[in-house]
Design a binder for this molecule. Structure first.
Ligand code: H79
Length: 442
């Protein structure tokens, strides 16, 4: 007994210590809740890296020096860019937020920044993309999240000597993290001061200074001083959520956890060895083909049903799906993406109830499909109706008062005996998802 109370006291002290380190504001907790209900967002990878049509890593992959890469600044003139169209496209797809690249690893800033000349105002286009997107998102009621790279393939002061990537940039000087950190703080201050309310900052690039994913020791070769960066963000905009795509367990001060090209708990990409957080909102970011930035030859488009099923599965794991588009260098979104996004939006008009505002199902995804829940409703998503019935050995509710297809409210046969539930199927195998709603009670 004495031992137990000592353990309890120790645990309480630990919890207090952690709470003292970072206590999210009420506004931040509210934003997390909003985010958790949103379930579907649009990731946008776009910038001068779109011009060669070979993805956003083209500088690194083709070993382009900083000097040669700089030429792209003079070519970026996206005359067909229309913020209204992009935001409407996201909205029609049923997406609730947009995560926009503001500066990727190539170091190009998509806004009117005082802290780097390699920015949108020095292109022939000369218009602040972040401003146009922020204004349009606010107008259409879509939340805006901003992607910001911690890694830089261009700046001399980024600690490039210890970086895994960016080694063909032609940089000769020495990194100096103190000035690089000040630069990032200056830029983040601009982003969080001049563009209205920002839903969150999406960091990427930490892994440049660690052993690869899966290694036993993933410690960083540099001290990023996240307490300073995160502190600044939370001071400037307390509701602004911080996520960092380091592919590890979340660090103190972070407000959500993301998974790259994977759903939480899966590791198909080889990047996601980390466990899903039990406390923080989760997000899976996934591409429509195999590329983030525009790729002229990548035609490996996932089908509309496959994308919808990924959204369903993601929801059933309690995670948002951040689905990526890489618009073309002229500012147009390619028709293959538009078609799929519109299709998902159409599907969500009927089935959105089983996605938005839901929590993870009481069982993990199964071979036949998966489960989402909201209040007294359980949504059984039968994606593969091969079997005649779906069984739950340990059904966590005492009663089922009604079972019906979400599509047309037609009744579905069910039984609940000794804690086991069965739903008799005979469902269509031409449907993308046969959603059965169970009204339950305890
Ligand atoms: O912004 C996107 C990527 O640029 C970035 N994070 C997402 C959100 C990212 N960083 N690392 N990775 C992705 C994983 C590394 C993938 C690579 Fe490759 C495989 C780098 C080189 C080979 C993908 C395919 C990028 C270039 C070719």
């Amino acid at each position: 007994m004495k031992k137990l109370s000592l353990v309890c006291i120790a645990l309480l002290c630990l919890a207090r210590l952690n709470a003292q380190e970072y206590k999210p504001s009420a506004a931040n907790l509210k934003q997390r809740e909003w985010f958790n209900d949103a379930r579907f967002g649009m990731f946008i990878h776009w910038g001068p890296f779109s011009i060669p049509g070979a993805g956003e890593w083209v500088m690194n992959e083709r070993k382009v020096t900083v000097e040669n890469y700089s030429r792209l600044e003079k070519f970026f003139n996206p005359i067909d860019f229309d913020a209204e169209k992009w935001v409407s496209t996201a909205k029609n797809a049923g997406m609730k937020y947009i995560t926009l690249i503001t500066r990727h690893h190539d170091g190009f800033s998509m806004w009117d920044t005082k802290y780097s000349d390699f920015n949108i105002m020095n292109t022939p286009y000369k218009k602040d993309i972040v401003k146009m997107m922020a204004d349009e998102c606010h107008k259409q009621g879509i939340k805006l999240y901003l992607y910001y790279s911690l890694l830089d393939w261009r700046r001399e002061d980024y600690p490039h000597e210890t970086g895994k990537t960016g080694q063909f940039s032609g940089r000769k000087g020495h990194g100096d993290y103190a000035t690089y950190l000040q630069f990032m703080k200056n830029q983040l201050t601009e982003l969080l001061t001049n563009y209205g309310e920002i839903g969150g900052i999406w960091f990427d690039g930490h892994w440049d200074q660690t052993a690869p994913e899966g290694a036993a020791d993933r410690s960083s070769r540099i001290d990023w001083k996240y307490n300073e960066i995160y502190g600044l963000i939370h001071r400037l905009q307390p509701q602004c959520m911080i996520g960092n795509n380091h592919h590890m367990t979340p660090f103190a001060g972070e407000d959500f956890q993301m998974f790259e090209q994977d759903l939480p708990g899966e590791n198909k990409s080889g990047l996601s060895f980390q466990q899903a957080s039990a406390h923080l909102p989760l997000e899976a970011c996934i591409t429509i083909n195999g590329s983030w930035g525009f790729n002229l030859t990548d035609t490996s488009y996932k089908s509309k049903p496959a994308l919808i099923r990924t959204l369903v599965k993601s929801s059933s794991l309690g995670a948002n799906l951040l689905l990526n588009i890489g618009p073309m260098p002229n500012g147009e979104i390619q028709p293959e993406f538009i078609e799929r996004l519109n299709g998902m939006g159409e599907w969500l008009k009927t089935y959105g109830e089983s996605i938005y505002g839901t929590t993870a199902g009481f069982v993990k995804p199964q071979s036949w499909g998966s489960v989402t829940q909201k209040g007294n409703k359980v949504y059984i998503h039968i994606l593969d109706p091969k079997n005649a019935s779906v069984l739950f050995d340990k059904f966590p509710f005492k009663k089922i008062t009604k079972a019906y297809l979400l599509k047309d409210k037609s009744a579905v046969k069910y039984s609940l005996k000794n804690g086991s539930a069965a739903i008799t199927t005979g469902f269509s195998n031409t449907e993308i998802d046969n959603v059965v709603v169970l009204d339950v009670a305890n």
